[in-house]
Ligand binder design. Structure first.
Ligand code: GAP
Length: 456
């Protein structure tokens, strides 16, 4: 049944707000605008003029970000018997970062423009000041990206602590704890999702590069001889994860690092790259970290961080394959890939074609009319769905406008409760992408929507 023929208060063709038709060149502007307007992402401390490069995730953004992290956790931990989770501290002592190499190596080359005195990351500006166009710069100096603070009331050297610039080190420093408490043996992994902090010289492109961000990292400990096999295994696994959640094949690629690009710990790295509006850029790095971290922490701490294999009577320090993704950056890629503009009934609409597992709301329950007669049944339907799905409930304005609002934030299914529902015990389920509508009995609604999520 076409949208207009549903027994609704308003036709599908009404739109909330005027939209330009889809173009692509201004995609970034449109997505950033949508994020603010619909409550995905706000500038942090906005009422004080904003705090550069920090963002707050609003009511819809927090759902989307949580869904991205949950989808990662499901694939990397829940569905595996060889990976366990961890949630390590954000604050850590200098010894950790001394051993990991971050105190000496985690730097970017900083230059000052001699004309306008703006500071830039040398490797990001092609020799021309993006502010004034000058080509005169100071000598590059190594700028350490870690945020330094003091733990406790004294601000002296003995109280120095760092906010972690990656979640990875917590997995290495807990290697023995996890080994002993879980009885895992290589190959096995430790996974973690959480905040990391980097004092980026040039944070940019919305939440692509920020000073506070979230990472999803897994350290997979393997016998050294098997490292290359597992490196390739994780490249494929991680690439397919993005495809499975709806990133189109022509917007994602794998790129192997050249030797001069490798981090100080890496024997081989490949990036999963996404085609952002400014070109291909990194979503995730998959690295062969060798035994660098465990050996470095063992040497610095005096603790044994190795594995004794009782089947071969061999003791060895495992190599580590690390898929390291950014949760906030990945959320942005999902938003960009999902953003679309099409026409329904001759009118432009904005639609986020997010995978149902990622959408901030999977279902919106919409009573056709505000009349009291529909409200109790609509709320009953809502309550039956809430244990299974994140739901929105909207009674304001005509049904066409409400569909548009849900399309714009990516809600895959709208459930309309109308006057017939009181008689036939059915509701209309309307699909975001096709706008097709079908009648579904209320007592089969949860199963039908679960079937649709599984099939997506
Ligand atoms: N443990 C390895 C590691 O941290 P990385 O390539 O520096 O590797 C992994 O970071 C991922 O974290 C990146 O691919 C990116 O998605 C995300 N990331 C890194 N810096 C970021 C920043 N300043 N803002 C947002 N995301 C960032």
């Amino acid at each position: 049944m076409p949208d207009e023929e549903v027994t609704t208060g308003a036709p599908e063709t009404e739109s909330d707000e005027p939209n330009g038709t889809g173009s692509g060149s201004d995609l970034m502007e449109k997505v950033v605008g949508l994020c603010k307007r619909r409550g995905f992402i706000f500038q942090s401390a906005e009422i004080y003029g904003g705090f550069r490069s920090t963002y707050d995730y609003g009511p819809l953004g927090v759902n989307l970000l949580r869904n991205v992290k949950n989808a990662w956790w499901e694939a990397m931990v829940q569905r595996r018997d060889d990976v366990v989770g961890l949630d390590a501290a954000v604050l850590s002592p200098p010894a950790v970062w001394q051993a990991s190499g971050h105190l000496s190596n985690f730097t970017d080359p900083l230059v000052d423009c001699r004309k306008c005195h703006q500071r830039w990351r040398q490797d990001k500006i092609d020799g021309v000041c993006p502010n004034c166009g000058s080509t005169g710069f100071t000598e590059a100096r190594a700028f350490n990206l870690m945020f330094k603070t003091h733990a406790g009331p004294l601000e002296d050297e003995g109280a120095v602590a760092y906010l972690r610039p990656e979640t990875a080190q917590g997995m290495f420093t807990n290697f023995v704890n996890v080994l002993q408490t879980t009885r895992k043996k290589p190959p096995f992994g430790i996974a973690q999702v959480g905040k990391s902090f980097r004092n980026e010289i040039t944070p940019q492109n919305f939440v692509f590069r920020t000073r506070e961000f979230e990472q999803m990292e897994m350290e997979y400990f393997v016998p050294p001889a098997d490292a290359q096999h597992w490196f390739e295994y994780w490249l494929a696994e991680r690439f397919n994860w993005y495809l499975g959640l709806g990133i189109p094949e022509d917007k994602i690629r794998l790129r192997h690092h050249d030797a001069d690009e490798l981090s100080h710990y890496s024997a081989g790295t490949a990036d999963v790259e996404f085609l952002f509006p400014w070109g291909w850029d990194e979503l995730e790095g998959i690295a062969n970290r060798t035994d660098f971290d465990l050996s470095a922490h063992a040497a610095a701490s005096g603790e044994k961080l190795d594995y004794f294999d009782p089947t071969t009577n061999e003791r060895y320090t495992p190599y580590v394959i690390e898929p390291a993704a950014g949760a906030t950056r990945t959320m942005m890629a999902f938003l960009l890939a999902a953003f679309d503009e099409d026409e329904v009934g001759g009118e432009a609409r904005t639609v986020l074609r997010l995978h149902p597992k990622l959408a901030p709301y999977q279902v919106a329950v919409l009573p056709l009319s505000k009349k009291d007669t529909l409200e109790p049944l609509a709320r009953q339907v809502l309550h039956s769905l809430q244990p299974h799905f994140m739901c929105d409930y909207d009674v304001t304005q005509g049904i066409g406008k409400r569909y548009r609002r849900q399309d714009e934030v990516g809600t895959p299914w709208c459930v309309t409760v109308d006057f017939d529902s009181l008689e036939d015990g059915g509701v209309t389920v309307r699909d975001r992408d096709t706008t097709a509508q079908v009648r579904v009995p209320i007592d089969g609604l949860v199963a039908e929507l679960q079937r649709r999520v599984s099939a997506a």
